[in-house]
Design a protein around this ligand. Sequence first.
Ligand code: ADP
Ligand code: MG
Length: 394
Amino acid sequence: MSEIMSINDLDLQGKKTLLRVDFNVPLDRGEVRDDTRIRAALPTIRELLSRGARIAVASHLGRPKGKTQDDLKMDPVAKRLSELLGKEVLKLDYSAGDEVAAAVEKMQNGEILLLENLRFEAGEEKNDPQFARLLAAPFELFVNDAFGTAHRAHASTAGVAEYIPAVAGLLMKKEIEELSRCLDDPGRPLTAVLGGAKVSDKINVIKRFLSLADNLLIGGGMANTFLAARGYGLGDSFYEKDLLNQAAELLEASKDSSCRIHLPPDLVVTRELEKGSAWEVMTPEQVDGNWKAVDIGPETARQYGDIVAGSAMLVWNGPLGVFEIPPFDKGTKLVARAAAESSAYSVVGGGDLVAALEALGLAGDISFISTGGGATLEFWEGKELPGIAVLKKK
Ligand code: ADP
Ligand code: MG
């Protein structure tokens, strides 16, 4: 993967550049509530500006489904970007067409503007070639820094590359390098921790790590499905009935694999999934009636923590319990603490897990946190991501 070209490999002076970023930030009454994604693109933006490029930044925001929606305009994003850069950021009312072409024509080296929400245009998500051509028209170069959207073949992630040369921004380059480590040159033992709600969302990642990792630690709702596949009733716990056969096959396959699948030996259970509701710790066979398994138990957290502590590399996707409702964040917290304290190189992905680690104050101890959710999963599955496939190779 290292052969992909990035902005480091080009002369950028005076280049009219379309920069695709992921500025799909949460808004609150017309203000950016969390600017993490804007900050993530700053190294690329600063590099482009300092090397004399003329950049038009483009992103989607929310799900306007091809129509203009006033509360999803990019103005609050332009304001925050301008504050962070300490520099004026002109915001346009369109993402493509005459207004954009005229504004780009007037730009000087080292200037930046922000285009309107790409998804106001029906052609964006359809990857309509006509829209892609219009989007690309004013520019000489396409820089993709939107790793989080790289698994989508949209006009602004893939289509534009038909018309102008496409290279990676610094965030995209870093994501590719970091997420490739566990696939290309894993430290051993390599441990994969997989949690979150559903086996169905992550079945291909489970398969991939089954052939790659030394340990597979399963938690979250996903663990319930595996435990049910082993024959436990699990009371009223969430699990996927239609995935039982596939889960059983994976457990069977692991017998011939050098990777060990670990399932929780104990679970935190509750009757009401609410803050402050009573809970108990049970073994899987004890869970019946209207009990729901909502987190890994303390013995599981201890065992998983030990395995993490003895690993050279750790990859982790998905929380190990219903972290939104404390104390059911405890399993995730204990394993995250083990990761933080270990010398393992740790790479974490997945929107909910990252949110959980941030809420727990443990995100800073992780070696690399991916900005992707679905994109990270597809990358680890080994799929070719459309937004990466179009980038030039060295
Ligand atoms: P990520 O975004 O990190 O990939 P997912 O989207 O797959 O994670 O899953 C996150 C969701 O899984 C959370 O909303 C969490 O409440 C839920 N979850 C975790 N453990 C359980 C469980 N035991 N039962 C039901 N839901 C769970
Ligand atoms: Mg999620």
